[in-house]
Write a protein that binds this ligand. Structure first.
Ligand code: PDD
Length: 288
């Protein structure tokens, strides 16, 4: 597992992974001036590719990165990358930064954006999917453009490392006035009395692709859902809690800030949604 991939895409060409590098003055490195995406690969096929690319294009537009990339041109590159690396199961990571220029906070002009992409194996999470994980709750110290998937991840890195040090699998951010809003790298859902709840889309959270799929799958399964804010106390009193992301998919949460959720085991509606998500993976990629 996690063998080094053979190939990466950088500066408009495929390069051996071990030699691929970004320039020292890449603006992503110096200023976090860029956007990124992570998509899953199952059986050599990218899952939700178009949704991920659209989100990246929107984010790049919000922060005014000028670039030449389209859904089709990116798809072509990712396909070749997956084939070159024979990446049957794993992820594709890619990022688009405002290019390379002498260091200056002000945008450079007439500079080509830097696209970098590579694939990686992804760990098997079976035990966590089966048993659920615990999470901590921490103050959201992030900025006001969390809907842009920017490479500025320091608050997320600090929060998730604090969680790991406490034996937890995720840190949920609590933002003053909005409640528990999302995880360090996931969206959050709770279920109370048969109703699914997740915070509404806003500039305080990432519009998770897994989140949108889960809402669609819940509707198809006849599970009532609300996009509404909830606080820590309401969350802790939930019957079921789960978090979602491209990597962890639908992950049951059995302990929030040391409080046990329900009976301490993944709940029935979480299981229904896990299965529905598995069904969607199989339908679109042929399965794991
Ligand atoms: N993170 N919220 C945040 C802050 C995230 O970073 C992520 C994903 C999500 C879930 O989004 P999606 O369902 O589209 O993956 C929500 C990726 C996986 C990462 O940084 O590794």
């Amino acid at each position: 597992m996690n063998a080094m991939p053979q190939w990466a895409f950088v500066n408009n060409e495929f390069r051996p992974f071990s030699e691929a590098a970004l320039p020292i003055e890449d603006r992503g490195t110096q200023f976090g001036d860029g956007v990124y995406e992570v998509a899953r690969v199952y059986r050599g096929t990218m899952f939700g590719l178009e949704d991920h690319v659209q989100r990246m294009l929107q984010g790049a537009a919000v922060i005014e990165i000028e670039h030449k990339w389209t859904v089709d041109s990116l798809r072509t590159i990712f396909k070749e990358l997956i084939a070159r690396n024979d990446q049957q199961d794993g992820i594709v990571y890619w990022q688009l930064t405002r290019g390379t220029a002498p260091r200056n906070h002000v945008f450079p002009h007439g500079v080509e954006a830097n696209l970098m992409a590579y694939t990686r194996d992804y760990p098997n999470l079976s035990a966590s999917w089966e048993n659920g994980i615990k999470v901590i709750v921490t103050k959201d110290i992030r900025w006001l453009m969390c809907h842009v998937k920017s490479v500025n991840l320091l608050p997320n890195v600090l929060a998730k490392d604090a969680a790991a040090r406490q034996g937890a699998g995720e840190a949920l951010f609590e933002r003053e006035g909005f409640g528990v809003i999302e995880g360090g790298s996931s969206n959050v859902f709770m279920i109370k009395d048969g109703v699914l709840k997740t915070p509404p889309l806003s500039h305080h959270i990432l519009p998770g692709i897994t989140r949108s799929y889960v809402l669609q799958l819940a509707a198809a399964a006849g599970i009532p859902a609300e996009e509404a804010y909830f606080g820590r106390q309401e969350l802790v009193a939930a019957d079921e809690v789960f978090i979602t992301s491209t990597g962890i998919e639908v992950m049951p949460v059995v302990e929030v800030a040391e409080a046990v959720i329900g009976n301490g085991a993944p709940g029935p509606l979480t299981r229904t949604l896990q299965q529905a998500y598995e069904g969607k993976i199989s339908e679109t990629t042929g399965g794991r």
